[in-house]
Write a protein that binds this ligand. Structure first.
Ligand code: GLV
Length: 367
């Protein structure tokens, strides 16, 4: 059995997932669990990890396993972060405050969503390492105001999502005429800007209407250069899959990139993130950190992603399973479990240091 600080970690991520599904409001569950279109990319992200295996070495001294990393000036206990997920009070009354507490308790990076249902300052009160995710809205004044607030609240980097000029076709949300209920609405942006997200659109998704009305579909590289120059904080670009875009991001002043297809929620049919990672990491060539998300469900997945070029691996849905199942303690349980699984995987692979992980130790089955 896995343990942490003398406490046995009996529940694995599947246990948290089923408990979360059993307590979540069905439309909120669908919003979390679902992807775009036929959910092919959602499934491909997970399947890509199933097709990646590790070749272990034996008789290596693994009495000490070392997992600490530093990314954009942030020190972490493991190469693990919580991906931004909006409106977390959909799944637990404590929302993002509990997720941040679980992240802080485990030395995990917390990336709060722009559309947090708890005020940024309250997320900051949990302590720990925190970055803020942003979309670039048509109204740039909102963006600059949030950047100032984030800096004042001790968020140390911005993560700008660049894969959402329009919202993906989330079939489940359309079928549910999903809208954000009053208790889970954004607490950080003026209500007029957020209004459409809360108004059910029969036969449609309120979130798609909100995105159409407020996000800037004309966003270009020059806008990112502007933000990177304007912001006192490092700007990380999330949603990069092509090596040419990775190069462009570094040229535009990005302090890091996130290899992501938005958890299969944007372009259905997009490449699985693990398939995209090696070429993107090769293009970046260590100039800035490469973060990664999509399909990570086990500690060994973190090992595999690290070996294939990721510096830090993010998880989106799993911490929310913990949140729904048990608030801050549930988030702590999920993140501790992932870290303990990573340490065990490194020991059993005979690779006790993160620097021992490289592409040569991975075999990939054709799919
Ligand atoms: C928002 O970005 C979402 O994926 O729902």
């Amino acid at each position: 059995v896995l343990s942490k600080g003398g406490e046995t970690l009996t529940e694995d991520l599947d246990d948290y997932r089923s408990r979360a599904q059993s307590v979540a409001e069905p439309a909120a569950w669908d919003y979390l669990a679902g992807g775009a279109g036929a959910e092919r990319t959602l499934a491909a992200n997970v399947a890509a990890f199933r097709g990646a295996t590790v070749v272990p070495r034996v008789l290596v001294d693994v009495s000490a396993v070392e997992t600490t990393v530093e990314v954009c000036g942030t020190r972490l206990a493991a190469p693990l972060g919580v991906a931004p997920v909006a409106y977390q009070r959909l799944w637990h009354p404590d929302g993002e405050a509990a997720t941040a507490a679980g992240a802080a308790a485990t030395g995990t990076l917390m990336i709060a969503s722009m559309f947090s249902s708890v005020r940024y300052e309250q997320i900051a009160a949990a302590g720990g390492s925190r970055w803020l995710q942003l979309y670039v809205l048509r109204d740039r004044a909102i963006l600059l105001d949030l950047v100032t607030r984030a800096e004042a609240a001790g968020f140390t980097a911005l993560v700008v999502t660049v894969d959402t000029p329009r919202l993906g076709d989330r079939r489940r949300d359309v079928r549910n005429s999903f809208a954000i209920p009053p208790h889970a609405q954004s607490q950080n942006i003026d209500p007029a800007t957020m209004a459409l997200a809360g108004i059910p659109a029969p036969g449609g998704s309120a979130l798609a209407s909100h995105v159409d009305a407020t996000y800037d579909p004309g966003l270009r590289w020059s806008d990112l250069e502007w933000l990177a120059e304007r912001s006192g904080l490092p700007v990380v670009l999330k949603g990069i899959l092509d090596p040419a875009d990775a190069n462009r991001a570094v040229d535009a002043g990005a302090a890091g990139i996130v290899v992501s297809n938005h958890g299969g929620r944007q372009l259905d049919g997009a490449i699985a993130t693990l398939d995209a990672l090696p070429a993107v990491a090769a293009a970046v060539a260590g100039r800035v950190p490469v973060l990664f998300d999509g399909g990570v469900r086990h500690g060994v997945d973190i090992l595999v992603a690290r070996a294939l070029g990721a510096d830090v691996v993010l998880v989106g849905r799993p911490p929310i399973w913990g949140l729904a199942a048990g608030g801050a303690a549930g988030v702590t349980g999920v993140l501790s479990r992932l870290r303990a699984e990573l340490e065990l995987a490194m020991a059993l692979a005979g690779r006790p240091r993160l620097t021992d992980l490289d592409p040569a130790i991975i075999r990939r089955a054709p799919r």
